[in-house]
Design a binder for this molecule. Sequence first.
Ligand SMILES: Nc1ncnc2c1ncn2[C@@H]1O[C@H](COP(=O)(O)OP(=O)(O)O)[C@@H](O)[C@H]1O
Ligand SMILES: [Mg+2]
Length: 262
Amino acid sequence: MKSRMSPCLRPRPPASQVKQLVLGERKGAGFFGAVYVVKNYAELEPRYKRGFDGPIVAKFPHALRFLSFLGPIKFIKKSTLRELDNLRFLEKHWKSIQQSPEFPKGAAFSNGRLPVVPILSVISTKGGTALIKPLLEKGKVLFLKDIAELVEKNGGKLPDSYEGVNMEESLRDIYMLVQAIYKTVNVDGQPYSSDIRPPNLCFVRDPGLVKQFGMSKPGFALFELDQIPTRRIPCLSRAFIEGDTTFEKYRDQFLLYVNNRK
Ligand SMILES: Nc1ncnc2c1ncn2[C@@H]1O[C@H](COP(=O)(O)OP(=O)(O)O)[C@@H](O)[C@H]1O
Ligand SMILES: [Mg+2]
């Protein structure tokens, strides 16, 4: 079953004013956003945390370097809301994605939910609209650097058995999920191409976190599950994973990227 998202039907986030979000360490930055630890997370009203009581991060749209006084630029500003819209949209169609023939049967997330860091709330601040998410802590998840170390120790390949899990199979599960989404969901008349470049992935290993993610065992998960921006930035398209890329090609690109990260 194909679904179509009409822009006018996109739910608007319940943006609210919060007095102050005290930001700490920057955990990372990708193309559109920058992710910061929220130091005063304990003071934040529970409704912004959807019952979650651990440390959180706030993801902001980038401002232009040297022109940051202008605030985040419009095209990038929209990306935060688009990320939310897209995740909610995929969550809504999760059941049909699970029924797709491409959907992996034995994955950690097969009988759970989308293996994506949840968006707890959206907060409108002077610095732009921020997405609030749980902080994933080093040790509980493997970040790219940790994965690079593992791969190096394992002769350039993902280990067959890490925490009892075949990591290459776990990566394949993410790849198959993306195929299932590609075959099932249409957005604005186009198949949904998920952006599963390596910096969007982590490996969830802590048993408590595995449970929080609704996973049945450790495995790869995503910081975000946005669309690839190929149509908007064609010159970058080579770097993205299209719906018809084979798993072997994706895995090799993944390993190449991870090895260059060391
Ligand atoms: N919830 C989180 N906890 C810890 N680190 C995070 C979290 N979300 C993102 N990061 C870090 O920030 C980087 C960029 O995050 P991402 O959401 O992919 O932003 P962008 O949209 O800019 O690509 C990730 O590669 C990761 O290292
Ligand atoms: Mg990213």
